[in-house]
Ligand binder design. Structure first.
Ligand code: SF4
Length: 412
C-alpha cells in the first residue's frame, strides 16, 4: 500500500532502534479490536457470533491508550466488529494521532458518511474500507445488497475531504482472478492509497464454513491475480518490505532500478525511480539498451505523475502538509516542470544552488547530479551517492579517503 515517506522513516527508525537495543522480536503494529459488535452479519465473520455479553463490551479510551503505551508499536490497526459503532472512537483516534501513531481505521463504511466529520484528516490516519471485491462479490460476501455502493461512495467522500483511504479485501472460495484483478484496477482508478488483500481465515465461529480457501487454492488464486499485473507498477508492499531490509542492512541494496513503482515513498526507490528521475539509468549493461531506457522512462514518468498528483492533492488540503511533502520530495518541482504543470507553490519552493564542484545550478540538497561541465556524475554528498548506488564502494573510498566498515563480498 502507499505509505508516506515520513511513515517509512519513522517505522524504519523504530526498527533500527530495536535492532540497536538488541531486540530480536518487537511489535510493529498494535492490532486493536475495541469491540466485536457490528452492523453487518457477513458469512465469513469470526466475531459476531459471540454471546451478547461479549458483543456489548467496549474497550475504553483509557484501555486503548494504555494498550499502545504498553505495546510501544509505531502503528495501530483498529478493527472490530465495526469501530464506528464505538461512541469514543473519534477520541481514541485523536489520542493515537496525538501520540504520533499511524492509525489504520477499518470500517465497513455503513456509518462513514454520517460520522466522517467527527474525524480530522491527518497523515497519521488512514481509513481502511472493507471491500471484498466488486459489487457482486462484495454484496455476496457481506450478505446484503447495496453495501458495495455505500462503500464506494464513502471512499469518494473521504478522499474529497482529504483523508488517506485504502481498502481491505478478503477473498473467498470461488473468487475469479480476472474479476479480482479488474476490481483492483477500478479501485486504483478511484485514487485510493492502497489495497490490503488476504485470503479469508478459517474462523470456527463463522456462519459459512465452506467459503474459506485452503493453502493450495490460496497460492493458486494469488498467483493468478498477480499474473494480471497490468505491467506490475503497483508493488508497494514488496517495495516496502525490501526497503526495510535495505534499511537494516546498509549496503545490501535490493533495487531493481526499473521496478517502477509509481510511489516514491519507499527507500527501495532511492536506487530505482529516484535515480531514474535524476536522469540516471543504472544498468547492468555499459550502454543501456533501448528496452531498458524505455522501461526507465516509464518508471520516471510514473513517479513524476505520483509526485505531482500527491502535491496537488495536499495543496488543496493543507499548506503545512504540502510543505512537508515538498521538503521530503523536492524533485516534485522537477516533476511539475517535466509534466508542464503549474501551481502557485511551484516556483516559490524550487530552491536551486550552485554545485560546489562544477558550478551547475542544482536543487538544494542534491547528493549527486550529471554535470553539464564534465558530462559525468558529480558527487556532492559521497555517502548519499554511495547509498543510492550512484558510486561504488571503491569510488566512495577514493573520494573521501575513508574506509567503509563491513566490506561484503557481494556488495558491489
Ligand atoms: S463487517 Fe467485518 S466485523 Fe462486521 S460482520 Fe462483516 S466481517 Fe464481521
Amino acid at each position: 500500500m502507499a505509505i508516506p515517506f515520513f511513515k517509512e522513516m519513522r517505522i524504519g527508525g523504530y526498527m533500527m532502534k530495536q535492532k540497536l537495543l538488541g531486540r530480536k522480536r518487537y511489535p510493529l503494529v498494535l492490532m486493536l479490536e475495541p469491540l466485536f459488535r457490528c452492523n453487518l452479519a457477513c458469512a465469513g465473520c469470526g466475531k459476531i457470533d459471540y454471546p451478547a455479553e461479549i458483543l456489548n463490551q467496549r474497550l475504553s479510551y483509557d484501555d486503548c491508550m494504555a494498550a499502545i503505551e504498553e505495546c510501544g508499536a509505531p502503528a495501530v490497526s483498529i478493527a472490530g466488529g465495526e469501530p464506528l459503532l464505538h461512541r469514543d472512537m473519534p477520541r481514541i483516534v485523536e489520542g493515537f494521532v496525538a501520540r504520533k501513531k499511524f492509525v489504520i481505521l477499518c470500517t465497513n463504511a455503513l456509518l462513514l458518511a454520517k460520522k466522517i466529520d467527527q474525524y480530522k484528516p491527518s497523515p497519521y490516519l488512514s481509513w481502511s474500507i472493507h471491500l471484498d471485491g466488486d459489487q457482486v462479490m462484495h454484496d455476496k460476501s457481506v450478505c446484503q445488497t447495496g453495501v458495495y455502493k455505500i462503500a464506494v461512495d464513502a471512499i469518494k467522500l473521504a478522499r474529497s475531504k482529504g483523508f488517506r483511504v485504502q481498502i481491505n479485501c478478503t477473498l473467498f472460495e470461488g473468487a475469479d482472478p480476472e474479476q479480482v484483478a479488474r476490481f483492483f484496477d477500478e479501485m486504483t482508478a478511484l485514487g485510493i492509497d492502497g489495497i490490503t488483500v488476504s485470503p479469508g481465515y478459517s474462523y470456527e465461529r463463522a456462519p459459512d464454513q465452506n467459503g474459506f480457501l485452503n493453502r493450495t487454492k490460496t497460492k493458486t488464486l494469488f498467483r493468478e491475480i498477480f499474473k494480471r499485473g497490468r505491467g506490475g507498477t503497483r508493488i508497494d508492499e514488496h517495495d516496502a518490505w525490501m526497503a526495510v531490509l535495505d534499511l537494516l542492512n546498509p549496503g545490501n541494496f535490493t533495487g531493481n532500478p526499473y521496478s517502477g513503482s509509481d510511489n516514491p515513498d519507499f527507500f527501495a526507490n532511492r536506487s530505482g525511480c529516484n535515480l531514474i528521475a535524476e536522469g540516471f539509468w543504472p544498468s547492468v549493461h555499459e550502454v543501456p539498451p533501448e528496452s531498458e531506457i524505455k522501461q526507465a522512462e516509464k518508471a520516471r514518468d510514473s513517479r513524476f505523475r505520483y509526485l505531482t498528483r500527491e502535491a496537488l492533492r495536499l495543496a488543496a488540503v493543507s499548506t503545512k502538509e504540502l510543505n512537508e511533502f515538498l521538503q521530503q520530495w523536492p524533485d516534485t518541482h522537477l516533476a511539475m516542470d517535466a509534466l508542464g504543470l503549474s501551481a502557485n507553490w511551484h516556483t516559490a519552493n524550487d530552491v536551486r544552488v550552485a554545485c560546489t564542484n562544477c558550478g551547475d545550478a542544482i536543487k538544494q540538497g542534491l547528493a549527486f547530479h550529471k554535470s553539464s561541465v564534465t558530462d559525468r556524475i558529480c558527487v556532492v554528498d559521497p555517502m548519499k551517492a554511495y547509498k543510492a548506488k550512484a558510486i561504488t564502494r571503491d569510488e566512495y573510498e577514493e573520494l573521501t579517503g575513508e574506509k567503509l566498515p563491513g566490506r561484503r563480498a557481494s556488495a558491489e
